[in-house]
Design a protein. Sequence first.
Length: 66
Amino acid sequence: MKTQKTTVGTINSDVLAFTAGRDVELDINLIKADCIGTAAHVTMLSEMTPPVLTKTARTKIIRELK
């Protein structure tokens, strides 16, 4: 049985290929859209009454997303 060491332990290579496959490679293509969606979400959270995030927190989060 062929295995591969991962951050969560040693996993059978066939299982890893089936469950993860090209996820990391494909996720790279989603980074920009994910950051835009997160920025919109934190903006909404900062505009709620009462706000869940402060405007300062929103600014810091969006700065890091950029």
